[in-house]
Design a protein around this ligand. Structure first.
Ligand code: DAH
Length: 329
């Protein structure tokens, strides 16, 4: 019996040294101190001893077991302490946790850049309503009723007299009605067209309208302003051209194209904006003396401008909110 007790103690000594975590601590308890553990077995054996042998081993067995129990209890306590400490401790040398930060949508970034270039050129920024009357969207801009030019724009009619604006040009009219020349402003915003949705066109897009009205404003100034914008936006080497065109609200009118050459593909001219000298009819419509004042205007498509700059080949990407697209900018 004595041998067995000594053996139990020495294997307890051995195994308590191996305890490294709560799991191995629990295994130790089960093996030695549990209800079916080694000491429980020894006590069973002890019970079966002849009466006269009991005093010889009883004390020794009791002492050995309670000694092991004490060492086990101490270890439990030290584990608990360690756990609490590691919870309270803050390791200042750990690298910080990085929270993902969103970025501005690429259209907002493009608009911001366009705005900042024109603000530097002396333009202020104005806005107008997206729900617009036929009067401002067409009539005041010299589109007479039934004029074929209205077919240029596929309009969303909300009522007979109200439309989702098809361009930002009506904001020119609102500005000229509310302020006297000299006027120099850009007017960014959303516009809507009832077109078949494809890689090239979407029912919604953004434009930036520009207007400068004063005495002696010339087409040469229009051209130099737009060339300055194009070079600041796309870089000095950009290839561009002015091509004559038609708009009911400008005379003469032009469009500006940018040379677009995707890698490995054939290059071509892509239109980014329309412009011209404000038609005298439009000035008269808002009560500005067209003998005294002249003006230029332009309107650019923001999506088209961004697509060219960043090599985006599908306009729908701007509106899908696909994170894989958005995080590239
Ligand atoms: N409003 C025209 C469009 O949406 C663009 C435009 C062309 C605006 C010429 C202008 C301009 O101010 O002068 O197609």
């Amino acid at each position: 019996m004595e041998e067995k007790i000594k053996e139990a103690l020495s294997s307890f000594d051995e195994e308590i040294k191996q305890v490294t975590d709560e799991q191995s601590l629990e295994s130790l308890r089960i093996k030695f101190l549990g209800r079916k553990g080694l000491f429980a077995e020894l006590f069973e054996e002890f019970k079966a001893l002849p009466k006269e042998e009991k005093p010889k081993y009883g004390q020794f067995l009791n002492r050995t077991k309670s000694d092991c129990q004490k060492r086990y209890d101490e270890l439990v306590k030290s584990f608990e302490k360690r756990k609490k400490k590691s919870k309270d401790e803050f390791d200042v040398s750990l690298p910080g946790r990085r929270n993902p930060v969103g970025t501005k949508h690429i259209l907002t970034q493009t608009l911001d850049e366009i705005k900042s270039i024109f603000v530097k050129l002396g333009f202020s920024v104005h806005q107008g309503p997206e729900l617009e009357s036929d009067h401002y969207n067409f009539e005041m801009l010299n589109f007479p009723p039934d004029h074929p030019a209205r077919d240029m724009q596929d309009t969303f009619f909300v009522t007979k007299d109200f439309v989702l604006r098809t361009h930002t040009s009506p904001v020119q009219i609102r500005l000229m009605e509310s302020k006297k020349p000299p006027l120099r402003a850009i007017m960014p915003g959303k516009v809507y067209r009832n077109e078949a949705i494809s890689a090239k066109s979407y029912c919604l897009f953004h434009q930036v309208e520009g207007l400068y009205v004063d005495e002696n404003v010339t087409f040469a100034e229009l051209k130099s302003t737009l060339v300055s914008f194009i070079k600041q936006f796309y870089g000095e080497d950009v290839k561009y051209r002015f091509r004559s065109s038609f708009f009911p609200f400008t005379e003469p009118s032009a469009e500006v194209d940018i040379w677009w050459q995707p890698e490995g593909k054939e290059g071509r001219w892509l239109e980014i904006l329309g412009c011209g000298m404000v038609d005298p009819n439009v000035l008269e419509n808002v009560g500005i003396d067209s003998e005294k004042f002249t003006g230029y205007a332009f309107g650019m498509g923001v999506e088209r401008i961004a697509m060219l700059k960043y090599g985006i080949d599908d306009i729908r990407l701007f509106f899908d909110n696909d994170r894989r697209f958005l995080i590239q900018f």
